[in-house]
Design a protein around this ligand. Structure first.
Ligand SMILES: C[S@@+](CC[C@H](N)C(=O)[O-])C[C@H]1O[C@@H](n2cnc3c(N)ncnc32)[C@H](O)[C@@H]1O
Length: 583
């Protein structure tokens, strides 16, 4: 691409940099004219579209080379490095680029790579120990039983046996007490019936037919379509969006997606490599229950595919690398379109697709939900003097939910959304009476930001002006969160600057004709109680004036207050620097 850019004459570059949207047609045709006569351009287009050359193609030679590197590390006892060559991210990954139909010494290359990888990992043994540390005792015991069967040396078998005995002792009664969380969830969900209604200010929205107790799970849904965000492609599973383990599973047909397990890989739409137990390295006889357990772990096993499930990655997996190049919005639009066309049995007017994709892109911007994961980072990496762990929410994927996308936003939400794998769960955070709007927060909430800040965030991210009750009615938090304290002696009132006053005055316009401050406030007893102190003197004629105390009515010099605040900020910063200089 850089080579192509370098052949554009300076005059044309200058013309493009100074162009306006009206010049778009002429600058584009100048560029097209230039490129059409350029052999380099035609070569690039051929490279990009030729399945043999495409970057995401499986590559036999490179796979053999990576395997040889892995084997060399293995023979030197460097197992972590061997594993990286076989399958871990960040290296030339043999498994990621190995074609499915290539043989290596009369055996499937992919099968051999899996066997080599398993040897590097002591997979079942480690899995058992990991499960034990997570208190998944049943799985841990099954893992170690598999591991014992597969271990050929007597000393190895003894070591595993002693580990197994310890886990059986530790598990004790816990196994009997294990719950079945899914049953619990479905019972609870059955009790809440949701309906989609039309609202006066927010379009469609969700309500419930019945009262909902606080904490109830009110909605559970898998996405219509979902996509991992570009920057997380190498670190999170492309199907369940959980962090990738060391031994990733790539797509069988192309080298773009990585999955945390074969189960996710198959659900995302590729073919499974094989569910033959022997492929994974054990040639002898295993009891039926152990074989079932292995199948469950390495293949779909107990995973139930929704009958409506349409393999989301299959249409992208055709030798081109466009899903790797395009923005995730566009790839998501492609997934929705393919699913839609398949559901219509291909009877869609082809001219319709172009317009549909544009509508889709704008709807994705507005309606898609960010799937987030918590990321823990140890502050020790940055600061020697203080060890604290910080947690941040990272947006790893983007998804569209048929029903979930109908929940509107409120800056004081009454339901909370969270994700397990890619499944959306929505839970009530307070007691909700039948017929009330069920509203999530799309981000900003009252108490964290003032009204202006919340509106700006929502407008910027989702292009709508928030009409929730907190943005339409006065509430104490918005009045005090960014306000100044009155400087008059013995007065505890607040003074608003011009920005805050403007937004709060806007709210009052909707309430013309009402006659006391109490009528303007949100219907909340606690807020009314506090507000009656803050607005003691204001009476009926309410208008928020910049710099005037809402309680005693006296003027405050906001500029002087601002100066004091800035100076105090400097002092605090200097004090902190002095306190925390590392030795
Ligand atoms: C995810 S959709 C919610 C469903 C939407 N109301 C519909 O009819 O499809 C988000 C859109 O709903 C509207 N909306 C949601 N919450 C709102 C709010 N608090 N104030 C105004 N409009 C809102 C906006 O048009 C926003 O772009």
């Amino acid at each position: 691409m850089e080579k192509l850019k370098s052949v554009i004459p300076e005059t044309l570059k200058q013309k493009i940099s100074e162009s306006t949207p009206d010049d778009l047609l002429s600058t584009c045709s100048s560029l097209l004219h230039l490129f059409q006569n350029l052999p380099l351009f035609h070569q690039m287009v051929r490279d990009l579209t030729d399945p043999e050359m495409a970057l995401c193609r499986k590559n036999k030679e490179a796979a053999f080379e990576a395997k040889a590197n892995g084997n060399e590390c293995f023979s030197k006892g460097d197992y972590p490095r061997a594993l990286r060559f076989y399958s871990q991210t960040g290296f030339v990954l043999a498994l990621r680029i190995a074609p499915a139909d290539v043989e290596d010494m009369k055996k499937s290359l992919i099968a051999t790579l899996y066997v080599n990888r398993a040897s590097s990992l002591h997979a079942w043994f480690r899995r058992g120990k990991a499960n034990a540390s997570l208190e998944n005792y049943r799985d841990a015991i099954s893992d170690l039983n598999v591991s014992i069967k597969m271990e050929t040396s007597l000393s190895g078998k003894r070591q595993i046996q002693s580990e197994l005995s310890m886990i059986v002792d530790r598990s004790g009664e816990k196994i009997n007490a294990l719950e079945k969380p899914d049953d619990h969830i479905s019972d609870e969900l059955l009790q809440t019936k949701l309906q989609c209604v039309s609202t006066p200010t927010k379009g469609r929205g969700m309500t419930s037919y019945n009262d909902i107790p606080q904490g109830s799970l009110i909605h559970k849904e898998d996405p219509y379509a979902a996509i991992i965000l570009k920057q997380f492609r190498e670190t999170y599973c492309h199907f369940c969006f959980n962090e990738l383990p060391e031994d990733t599973v790539p797509c069988v047909s192309c080298s773009i997606p990585l999955y945390c397990s074969v189960k996710c890989q198959v659900q995302a739409g590729g073919r499974g490599f094989s569910d033959s137990v022997n492929t994974y390295g054990y040639q002898g006889h295993l009891s039926d229950d152990i074989e079932d357990y292995i199948r469950n772990v390495i293949s779909l096993g107990s995973c139930t595919l929704n009958s409506e499930h349409i393999a989301e990655h299959r249409h992208e997996c055709c030798g081109m690398h466009w899903p790797a190049v395009l923005p995730s919005d566009v790839v998501l639009a492609g997934r929705i379109l393919v699913k839609y066309i398949q559901q219509q049995n291909d009877v869609v007017d082809p001219n319709f697709h172009g317009i549909l994709i544009i509508i889709l892109l704008s709807q994705i911007r507005v309606n898609s939900m960010a799937i987030v994961r918590l990321k823990f980072s140890d502050a020790r990496q940055h600061l020697d003097y203080d060890v604290t762990s910080s947690v941040e929410q990272v947006r790893v994927a983007q998804a569209v939910y048929s029903r979930g996308s109908l929940f509107n936003h409120s800056c004081q939400p009454n339901v909370h959304a969270y994700f397990v794998s890619r499944t959306l769960f929505i839970q009530a955070t307070e007691y909700i009476t039948a017929g009330s709007q069920l509203e999530l927060s799309y981000g900003p909430q009252v108490g964290q930001w003032d009204c202006r800040e919340r509106r700006e965030i929502l407008e910027d991210r989702y292009s709508f002006i928030c009409q929730c009750r907190c943005c339409a009615q006065l509430n104490l938090s918005d009045l005090v969160i960014n306000a100044y304290r009155c400087t008059a002696p013995n007065c505890f009132g607040v003074v608003l600057d011009s920005c805050v006053a403007k937004y709060e005055n806007e709210k009052l316009k909707y309430f013309k004709g009402q006659n006391s401050m109490q009528d303007y406030m949100l219907n909340d007893d606690e807020i009314r109680k506090v507000a009656s102190h803050v607005f003691e003197q204001t009476g009926n004629n309410i208008h928020f004036e910049t710099g005037r105390c809402l309680s005693c009515g006296s003027y405050c010099d906001l500029q002087a207050s601002q100066k004091v605040i800035t100076e105090a900020g400097f002092c605090v910063k200097r004090y902190c620097q002095f306190q925390f200089i590392p030795n």
